[in-house]
Each structure stands twice: as C-alpha cells, then as structure tokens.
Design a protein. Structure first.
Length: 96
C-alpha cells in the first residue's frame, strides 16, 4: 500500500510518460493483462489509456488491471490510469 507522499512522487514521475497500452471497446482480457504485467516489470511505472469507445466504468477497469497485475493504482486522471509495481530485477524508482 502506497502512502500519500509516495503517490505524489509517482504522479510527478508519471507526468511526462506516454500511455503504453490502450483499453478499447473489448475491455480487458488475459492477453492485455499478460502484456501489461511484462511491461510493468521492466518499467515499474506506466500509463494505460482508456479509449472513448469503451463504455465500461474507468474505476472498475483500473481496479481490475491493478488487481490482476499485482500493481498499485497510483491515479486515475481523465481516461488515463497510472500503475506502479516494484520490479524484482530492474528496480529503478526509489520511493520516499
């Protein structure tokens, strides 16, 4: 569980990142989860955008992605989700 200070720090790091994955009208699936899991292991911090043609609730999508990837939900801003997961092998971010 991240503290407020840690979330603020991660939000500042994520500000300049571009979304890596997009959730479209088909929603989330095992294939997408597997790719997000692989990418977040390398990056630790990433953005996922939700396209306009997706009619699901963005909060439900964010919770599902965080839960299935074992990551922490940092923020939902607009249609962008920020996820963080400490890497086992490629640790780059030092949390305050």
């Amino acid at each position: 569980m991240l503290t407020g200070k840690q979330k603020r720090y991660l939000r500042s790091l994520a500000h300049h990142l571009d979304p890596v994955f997009q959730v479209g009208k088909n929603g989330t699936n095992d294939h997408l989860i597997r790719h997000i899991n692989d990418a977040i292991e390398k990056r630790e911090l990433m953005k996922v955008s939700i396209l306009n043609n997706n009619l699901d609730d963005k909060h439900e999508i964010a919770e599902e992605l965080a839960g299935k990837t074992g990551s922490e939900l940092v923020q939902i801003i607009g249609s962008t989700i920020i996820l963080y997961k400490e890497s086992r092998d490629n640790r780059q971010i030092e949390l305050p």
